[in-house]
Design a protein around this ligand. Structure first.
Ligand code: ZN
Length: 391
């Protein structure tokens, strides 16, 4: 890719429809980038960004740093559908892969969208004067409270825990090619935001709350400059009352087009289920919970590849223990454990023979900041998340 021409304009030419807003303060500071409508049937985040930019403008507020709001999948947004040909949140390069070259005439609509978004992201990175915080705003087909997702690095975790709503760790292990994980791999602080159900005013409000809190927590505004800050915090806290503070994803039920997946009616996000409980049917077969836990993101719409996720609560003790272990550098010692060997071709990756390693290997690797890449039969492949300890 030719990056010889620096982008001196705040926005690369020819893609103005993608920009919800861009406000760059005279004073240097962090950058906050928010994408919304990566799924075309989820316009709530765009509405929230429009309201925040309008309020910043009306009040003449000066940022330290820069805020950019981007629309995600323009053709899918025009149709009000999740995607046109391919899910734009499943086609980002994985660790170590390169972004494909400029899309040709036969490219899928989402390959062109990916390219256009990347152009914006590169320009934003180039002019950033501080740390880049990336937020991806979504909504879901099922009813439920707002929550956040992030790859479990200590700095992502620290940022996510400043928002008074539940945080889910490890969803990126279950999904290949998400934009959030791609931005994480580029070294940015990332936060996935689920505002609530599609097309609900409350979901727009939850995204607004998140954006205002993000502006304060990333240092673009001082807390006293956002008059309603406490009200926004209370709004998120009240909407998620009674839900565990931090959870991890344990299982994803993947679906393929045509397998007739139907979620049993009435499940909400974070609803407690017991092992063996009937959750869905597909092609006449019953799909039951394989362990007790919380149902996450049950699918109640036509398009999508994730039927539901199962998660469980993470204790405060685990969070503190894992932070201490990583800061002590214990992750460097995993190669000494029985059944663990360095991957011959992938730097930073380990192969675990789980018929030898009978000590809850995935849980231990999570504790030390590794993510699961694959687990087939007796071979678990893990790699350490980049930028875990960077400040
Ligand atoms: Zn979405």
């Amino acid at each position: 890719m030719d990056r010889a021409t620096p982008h001196s304009d705040p926005l690369p030419a020819g893609d103005a429809a993608r920009l919800v807003g861009c406000l760059r303060g005279a004073r240097a500071g962090a950058t906050v980038v928010a994408t919304a409508g990566i799924h075309g049937n989820e316009p709530a985040g765009i509405e929230a960004l429009e309201r925040v930019f309008a309020a910043l403008d009306t009040r003449g507020m000066e940022l330290r740093g820069e805020l950019v709001g981007l629309r995600g999948n323009l053709p899918a947004l025009a149709r009000g559908e999740r995607f046109v040909e391919r899910d734009l949140n499943r086609i980002w390069p994985l660790e170590g892969e390169q972004l494909p070259p400029v899309p040709g005439p036969a490219a899928a609509a989402e390959e062109i969208e990916r390219w256009a978004l990347m152009e914006q992201i590169l320009a934003i990175e180039e002019r950033a004067r501080g740390e880049l915080h990336f937020l991806d705003l979504h909504t879901s087909s099922a009813d439920g409270c707002p929550f956040f997702t992030c790859g479990d690095t200590l700095r992502n975790r620290r940022f996510a825990l400043r928002f008074p709503a539940p945080v889910i760790l490890g969803i990126e292990e279950q999904l290949d090619g998400s934009l959030l994980e791609y931005m994480n791999e580029r070294g940015h602080i990332t936060l996935g935001v689920e505002g609530g159900q599609h097309h609900k005013e409350s979901s727009v409000r939850h995204h607004e709350a998140t954006l205002w809190i993000a502006l304060v927590e990333a240092g673009l505004l001082a807390p006293e400059e956002v008059l309603e800050l406490d009200a926004w915090r209370r709004l998120l806290a009240a909407a998620s009352a009674g839900v565990p503070r931090v959870m991890e994803v344990r299982y994803r039920h993947a679906i393929r087009p045509g397998d007739g997946f139907r979620m049993v009616a009435g499940f909400r996000n974070f609803q407690q289920v017991r092992a063996g409980e009937l959750l869905a049917t597909a092609g006449g077969e019953e799909i039951r919970a394989r362990e007790s836990g919380l149902v996450l993101l049950p699918l109640y719409q036509g398009l999508g590849e994730d039927g539901f996720f199962l998660g469980r609560r993470i204790s405060r003790f685990w969070l503190v223990l894992s932070a201490v272990m990583r800061k002590l550098g214990l992750h460097r010692l995993v190669g000494l454990l029985p059944g663990v060997e360095r991957h011959p071709a992938r730097p930073g990756a380990f192969r675990v023979n789980t018929s030898v390693a009978r000590w809850f290997p995935l849980e231990l690797f999570h504790l030390l900041g590794y993510r699961r890449l694959r687990w087939k039969k007796n071979v678990l492949l893990v790699s350490r998340r980049k930028y875990d300890l960077v400040h």
